[in-house]
Design a protein around this ligand. Structure first.
Ligand code: RI2
Length: 307
């Protein structure tokens, strides 16, 4: 298979959600760019740079919301090399560093976030987030007895992946339909969710249904935690850019849609949770109030976003 075909293959897997989860798509993009840099033919640095740019664009065009993808690609392709070999090595080095840091970040988030879970707590989670599961599993491994309530997360049922992972770890779970969140909220001590994007003012963009859960938690005075690596924060929102919410195909919600003449299915994959419903964002750089997102972006992700 040609190097660019392997990029196309990874892009297709990200698009179809065979590879999914904001962190996992970022790692997949980094690792496929590394593989591409190692194998693509180029006779000059200019040619190599333009091949990498082309490959990066194919990966970027897969899913429009998760900023992890564009942050990962920016971090992996950034280089000040002035030779062909140097440019190749830079991509390989950056990709390895990104993947390693990202795995370490999930571990660190687990250590930080799990301090907020007490022995005997009931934790509610939505969708399937490795960062959120790290918080839960670290609490469990430290000997705290916890119960997890997981939503199904229609239409793609990522909640089933979550209960499978927690079950393998020996953690007791209860599965609920998404609309049962209010019915159980009074039994919940803490909600923990992941993030697809966090904006400069601490607004969260995450799996559809998250905003309703946050609203419920707020009304019930239940703590709401976001677990997110720092590369889930969006530098472009400092420049005023709005986050695009991915709208996926109708068949995910209603496979028999072709039977109806006057029905349109709406299938936004993500929704927007205002920062005042969020108690804390646990990152590998520490637990921060959402209002500190602007500073975190400046400090960790920089300003130069024009490229
Ligand atoms: P981690 C997922 O998106 C969910 O919205 C989840 O909360 C988020 O990515 C973060 O997941 P999707 O790919 O990076 O299922 O924490 O649409 O694993």
């Amino acid at each position: 298979m040609k190097p660019i075909d392997r990029i196309q293959e990874t892009a297709q897997k990200i698009k179809s959600m065979e590879i999914r989860g904001a962190g996992r798509i970022a790692i997949a993009a980094a690792s496929s760019l590394k593989d591409f840099a190692q194998s693509v033919d180029a006779s000059s640095q200019e040619e190599f740079d333009s091949e990498i740019k082309h490959a990066a664009q194919i990966l970027l065009d897969t899913r429009p919301t998760a900023v992890s993808l564009s942050n990962a690609i920016r971090m992996v392709t950034k280089s000040s090399a002035n030779s062909l070999d140097g440019a190749r090595e830079a991509v390989i080095f950056n990709a390895n560093r990104f993947i390693e840091n990202s795995q370490k970040a999930v571990e660190k988030i687990g250590q930080i976030g799990s301090r907020r879970i007490r022995d005997g707590d009931t934790v509610l989670t939505h969708c399937n987030s490795l960062a959120a599961i790290s918080v839960i599993s670290t609490a469990h491994k430290s000997g705290k007895h916890i119960k997890v309530i997981a939503t199904e997360s229609r239409p793609r049922f990522q909640g089933i992946t979550t209960i499978g992972m927690l079950d393998d770890l020996g953690i007791e779970t209860e599965l609920i339909v998404d609309s049962a969140v209010r019915s159980v909220m009074n039994e919940v001590d803490l909600v923990v969710v992941g993030a697809d994007v966090i904006t400069a003012n601490g607004t969260l963009i995450n799996k559809i249904g998250t905003a309703q859960i946050a609203l419920c938690a707020h009304e019930a005075r239940t703590s709401f935690m976001v677990a997110a690596e720092t590369y889930k924060f969006s530098p472009r929102t400092i420049l005023g850019e709005l986050v695009t919410i991915e709208e996926r195909e109708a068949q995910e919600v209603l496979p028999e849609i072709h039977r109806y003449k006057h029905v349109r299915v709406r299938n936004p994959a993500f929704d927007v949770t205002p920062h005042h419903y969020i108690d804390v964002i646990c990152t590998e750089a520490g637990a921060i109030p959402p209002e500190m997102s602007y500073l975190l972006i400046r400090e960790r992700l920089g300003w130069e976003m024009e490229e």
